[in-house]
Design a protein around this ligand. Sequence first.
Ligand SMILES: [Zn+2]
Length: 585
Amino acid sequence: MQKTGMKGLLFVTLLLTFLSFESSTPERGNTTAAVGTDYPKDYFQSPVGHMIRLTGSFGELRAGHFHAGLDIDGTTGVPVYAAADGYISIIKVQASAYGNVLYIKHPNGYTTLYAHLDRFAPEIQQYVKEQQYKRMRFEVNLHPPAEMFRVSKGQEIGKMGNTGGSRGPHLHFEVRNTATQKVVNPQLFGMPVQDDVAPDIRDMKVYFLNEKREVLDSKPFPVGKQKTGGYDLEGDTVRIGAWRVGFGIKAYDTTTGNKNDNGIYALSMFVEDQLAFEWRMDEMDFDESRYINAHIDYSAQKRFGAWFHRCFVLPGDKLSNYVKTETMGAVSLFAEKPQKITIKVQDALGNARSIHFWALRDTQNMVTFPSTADRYKLPYDTERKLLLGDLNLTIPKGALYETLTFEYFVSAGNAKNQFSPMHHLQDSKTPVHKYYEISIKPYGLPEWLHNKAVIAKCGDGKPDNCGASWRGDYIMTKVREFGQYCVMIDTTPPQVTPVVFNKDMRRNSTMAFKITDNMAVNGLAYGLYYRGTIDGKWVLFQYDKKRSRITHVFESWLEKGTHTLQLEVKDDRDNVVLYTKKFLR
Ligand SMILES: [Zn+2]
């Protein structure tokens, strides 16, 4: 388990005797040719007409996932082009995530993906709208036949936008291996990105590890940048009071003429010049993306927003992007013999920077860790059922990355719609990989409110509805986070607030409303359901989840005169609001 509480005996001593004067000069890569060699370099053209400015790189560290594509900066409405010949294999419209997205299948075994589009090319847009009306749904997942939308390299397929989970206009561009559906780093295909800037090392941490590579504790490790361009730590000898440690590093990459902090492509660590750890982002399996929560120091991210890559692999981390080594990054320290440590970061074009130092075991200041009773230990590699009276948990094998000393307590809680005590499970800074079952016994819940009761996660802000199903006297759901849970009832219907709407809509081309609810959605709970009709006929409302906004573009077939709009919005507990208004068109 990981604790960042200060322990009096923790020492990381810097010996200011320089054993080496080598500097950390960056290595220059080839400015546009990527490192990987197995990928065709001139098959795909750039999907945009302007110079590529990256605001996100492949493998970049994001909340809950590794970034699966390149984020190409731009403005709403600029054309997006097919990267090569092929046909449109999938068209999706999503209220969050990718937004409006196109997949193009190419004959060379790769598929390219273009996300957050403002709109599709007219013939595609027409087809999508027909399908939306046919299915009476805004969100669709369409697989048009191969002969329907053939595209040639450089053909315009849509316009750049900000739909779905995007926070500002850009194109999210992916390359996938069609057979395996693994995502591949688009930069390995020679995308024209100008970059001769090496990544930057910003910070380091040291982790005290047990023999299973589980973290006992961690500590900041001083690495500052000097005016000369080198790092404080460079060439130093560091004494650490531990038998076995791992390191963590905060590193970012920028590209030529672009100050945006992007992610690095590869990270390796050498001990005595032997490879001890390597993480490389050539390809990635979507099913493994959540292992980011093991790869990073999750607790540091949750507490301080600091993204540290671990230079060692937690025992429950099954991400395939590590090179198998004997130690998987755990470094044994000796009292007499300093270990030479070299940490190297690279971008996808081969620009690299290394830092090296020597590490010794500090026998005078060894850190000790109290052992805890086995009763509260949750191993990462076996299923555990915890029956704690009013709370039961079933934590499956593989839900944790390392053995956890489980901390649990109960407090009263005081919300008036609360029908159980508050159960405090560990803390929200400990990652959980897989959904686990949680059941809570409610107290004093009247029969007629049974279908309004949910397991709620409480923290800052409004509580999350995590879903509910009854199991005897208990309410059960599945969640993927620790934190504070209780039973709450939700009897509050969603709210509809007009944003662009009034009695006279003759001069407007659209109408828009905000739809919101009292509880956020988490675990197995459903998000808001909505349905809009004009004079009883279903009409298309686009849903932008990040802005809680639904928008209808008036159809040309709507005749002049008075019409009745009806919006029905329903939450996970079937609380419904019906919003009915007349308007003139
Ligand atoms: Zn993206």
